[in-house]
Design a protein around this ligand. Structure first.
Ligand SMILES: C[S@@+](CC[C@H](N)C(=O)[O-])C[C@H]1O[C@@H](n2cnc3c(N)ncnc32)[C@H](O)[C@@H]1O
Length: 212
């Protein structure tokens, strides 16, 4: 007897077969609200690596890509950053607002593949953790161009994705689509420059920082 695929894989497959790289996220969040699925990346706590990195914001502007249920955005807000968190899934954005009704975070629905023009070079800190890898590789160049474009001069861009080098890609089932080192390095474009690139979690993830 084979184990049935979890809901996220079933929804992702159907969405991708229709040529829609992001539609399954909203479907998954709404199914989870109905108690019919689990959202595998919800932990009820901020990303540990970001918690280890976080520095005082002193009111500077931070953008959290793929803000999901809001934990990373709230972490940064509590450290004094003026935070915008965005997600393509309206149900995730509504859930983040509902979880943190007193929050100072501006939670908005937006698509990394077509972001608001006013975000261009508008953020002193940009946090991208495990979102771009959740879209097929065809969309990666556009996503990375958007990402680099958010960073203000003198700011910091954090990128963390699953490291292809750590896994046997011959047996790997996507999503996610892991990053190799060169792909992480390719975030450095249009005036964005690398600062550091390391492998964390016993080599399983890239953790890179950039500036402009
Ligand atoms: C794999 S989850 C990671 C969530 C969170 N960053 C974390 O590390 O736990 C990807 C999140 O990004 C969102 N997302 C996927 N594609 C997106 C896009 N093109 N624009 C904005 N958000 C997107 C999804 O709805 C989902 O909440």
């Amino acid at each position: 007897m084979t184990t049935p695929d979890p809901a996220d894989r079933v929804l992702a497959r159907a969405s991708l077969a229709e040529g829609n790289p992001t539609g399954w996220f909203e479907q998954l969040y709404t199914a989870a609200e109905r108690g019919e699925a689990e959202v595998p990346w919800t932990r009820g706590a901020p990303t540990a690596d970001l918690a280890a990195w976080v520095t005082p914001g002193n009111g500077r502007r931070a953008l959290v890509v793929g803000s999901a249920l809001g934990d990373d955005s709230e972490l940064l807000a509590s450290a004094g950053w003026t935070v915008t968190g965005f997600d393509v899934a309206p149900t995730a954005v509504a859930a983040a607002r509902a979880r943190f009704p007193e929050s100072t975070v501006d939670y908005v629905v937006a698509d990394l593949l077509n972001p608001p023009g006013e975000w261009h070079q508008a953020f002193d800190l940009v946090v991208e953790i495990m979102n771009i890898q959740a879209m097929p590789r065809d969309f990666r160049p556009a996503a990375l161009t958007s990402l680099a474009g958010f960073l203000a001069p003198g700011g910091t861009l954090i990128v963390s994705e699953v490291a292809e080098e750590h896994f046997d890609m011959a047996t790997w089932q996507s999503p996610p689509w892991p990053f190799c080192r060169a792909e992480v390095e390719s975030v450095a474009q249009d005036g964005v420059e690398p600062v550091s690139l390391e492998r964390i979690r016993d080599g399983a993830r890239h953790w890179a920082t950039f500036t402009r």
